[in-house]
Design a protein around this ligand. Structure first.
Ligand SMILES: [Zn+2]
Length: 253
């Protein structure tokens, strides 16, 4: 029983407990190239949040990890079989209910621990911040927290070298053999401004990738996954600790 994982702890341990920070991991259920499981983002959420919370707990953070939300925004993959979409308005409703509990019970810090690129919580957090003025609500993207080039050779953002390496380390029994891996080749928008990043439109997934991957996984290894996992959990643990100890009335210098 890990005391910082809500799903594992119990009323005996919690009836007199006082946490400073709640962490809500948020994944997605979607195709990840041919070779990774649909729960890839959920597995990453579960393992990275739990290990980071363990390290933060050992330093003295009072942080508790809530159960991972398994569905994310998949509006661009409506024609990909069994990619389950949760609309942003549904995410708003879920967060609103979770925050109402935290707010009522005096846990005024929430970190949304995002693991899926299609989840975009910024505008939701702005609106909920206004609704719950005592709450400090923030959102992290662990996959942007480190310089990827230090760990991986090929870029990409979906079922690519990074995600494949992580899954080879965390759940190798759920990764298909290498001969099944697609090359994750992505088609770019003909209008060049979209690649420059200052114009945005949702990518229609089935039009940009044959195998649903974006980024070539060919150089992925378990060792790369392990090295990245250790670095990313250390960085996130530090964040958990800092938020948990921070005075939210006195955040700026
Ligand atoms: Zn993913």
């Amino acid at each position: 029983m890990r005391p910082y994982i809500l799903a594992e702890t119990n009323w005996e341990a919690l009836k007199n407990a006082e946490f400073e920070l709640a962490i809500l991991p948020w994944g997605a259920t979607e195709a990840h190239n041919y070779h990774l499981p649909y729960a890839t983002d959920v597995i990453e959420s579960d393992y990275i949040a739990a290990e980071s919370a363990k390290l933060a707990w050992e330093k003295g953070a009072k942080a508790i990890v809530l159960p991972t939300i398994p569905f994310g925004v998949n509006t661009g993959q409506s024609d990909i079989y069994l990619d389950i979409n949760l609309n942003p308005s549904t995410q708003f409703a879920i967060l609103c209910d979770v925050i109402e509990v935290l707010n009522r019970q005096g846990i005024y810090k929430l970190l949304i621990f995002n693991s899926h690129g299609g989840n975009n919580f910024k505008s939701i957090v702005r609106e909920l911040g206004l609704k719950f003025p005592k709450m400090f609500i923030c959102v992290s993207n662990w996959f942007q927290s480190l310089e990827r080039d230090l760990f991986f050779e090929n870029s990409g953002d979906h079922a690519e070298e990074m995600e494949t390496s992580l899954l080879l380390y965390l759940k190798p029994e759920l990764v298909l053999p290498k001969e099944k891996w697609g090359d994750g080749k992505e088609k770019k928008n003909k209008i060049k401004a979209f690649s420059e990043g200052w114009v945005w439109a949702e990518r229609k997934w089935s039009k940009i990738s044959e195998d649903t991957g974006v980024g070539n996984p060919i150089l992925a290894t378990k060792e790369k996954g392990e090295k990245f996992f250790k670095a990313v959990t250390e960085k996130m643990a530090n964040l958990f600790y800092e938020i948990s100890k921070a005075d939210i009335e006195n955040l700026y210098e």
